[in-house]
Design a protein around this ligand. Structure first.
Ligand SMILES: C[S@@+](CC[C@H](N)C(=O)[O-])C[C@H]1O[C@@H](n2cnc3c(N)ncnc32)[C@H](O)[C@@H]1O
Length: 266
């Protein structure tokens, strides 16, 4: 039944967006709820107050509960939109990824290693996250893989240490996201992928306070042209874009996209 509902929603993106909106509006019903838009000084103050929010002890178990369901669906050969986009992004790269090294920044419990494994990529996966509880769970789930506690804005890897670097839907929680992009670019040798990036068009970057799995966090929706010029400033050339969802309301656009970049040659 769940598979049928998912297939139906994939055929009708408008219905899917409506359902997602309703889930967010209901208290604690979805992964993300209680969105409050932050303005001016409040955006700066709240994003620094909540910078460490994802280090909360209770988050890994709550997120993993959802992830286990998604992984089970995916193992059965059914579609999971966020996984599908990552898999397409890697499949479409100009070079074969087999045997390449790959780092996921903001890896949580490392579940994308399993997604890439199911998809049969044969990459050398490593993950890092600033939250010790997430990394402890990742090491428990995938003991053969390398996981490090590391902040996305100050990585301890050498320049060009990994062939592919995935910024795993973490920039939106990081007030110093410019440093996060620069670090992603620095440690990538060939490609940098900014997965599930919320962007807006026709308005400046927007800050929200929200609850993620019942924990108060900040979520940044980047003005898309500014985000793209930040990528270019960090020596990254966008070679593909994948859109998870997209909407326009009152001449203001919003989207959630995965940007695939190639390191520009100096
Ligand atoms: C929404 S989850 C993303 C999980 C997975 N990568 C994905 O794409 O679904 C965001 C992750 O980013 C991590 N994170 C948040 N701020 C971070 C930072 N400054 N440095 C490294 N990781 C961070 C959180 O701990 C969390 O595991």
């Amino acid at each position: 039944m769940i598979a049928g509902l998912r297939a139906l929603l994939n055929r009708f993106p408008g219905l899917k967006r409506l359902l997602r909106y309703l889930l967010q509006a209901l208290p604690a019903a979805g992964v993300s709820s209680h969105y409050v838009r932050l303005e001016g000084e409040q955006a700066t103050a709240e994003s620094s107050r909540l910078r460490a929010a994802w280090q909360a002890q209770e988050l890994p178990a709550r997120q993993r509960e959802l992830v286990e369901r998604q992984l089970a669906t995916y193992r059965h050969g059914e579609s999971v939109d966020v996984f599908d986009i990552m898999v397409r992004a890697l499949r479409d790269l100009p070079s074969d990824v087999r045997g390449l090294s790959l780092l996921e920044i903001g890896c949580s419990s490392g579940f994308y290693s399993e997604v890439l494994d199911i998809a049969g990529f044969g990459v050398g996966y490593a993950g890092c996250d600033y939250a010790e509880p997430f990394i402890a769970l990742a090491r428990q789930k995938y003991p053969a893989l390398r996981f490090d506690v590391a902040d996305a804005t100050a990585l301890r890897y050498a320049d060009e240490a990994f062939d592919i670097v995935i910024s795993g839907c973490c920039l939106l929680h990081i007030p110093e996201y410019r440093a996060g992009v620069a670090e992603t670019a620095r440690v990538a040798r060939q490609y940098a992928i900014f997965h599930r990036t919320p962007v807006v068009l026709g308005q400046p970057t927007v800050y929200y306070r929200k609850q993620a799995y019942g924990v108060e966090t900040v979520e940044i929706h980047f003005n898309e042209p500014q985000f793209l010029s930040l990528l270019a400033d960090c020596g990254l050339e966008v070679i593909a874009t994948y859109t998870l969802d997209e909407s326009v309301s009152h001449r203001v656009g919003a989207a959630n996209r995965t940007y695939v970049c190639k390191k520009s040659t100096p």
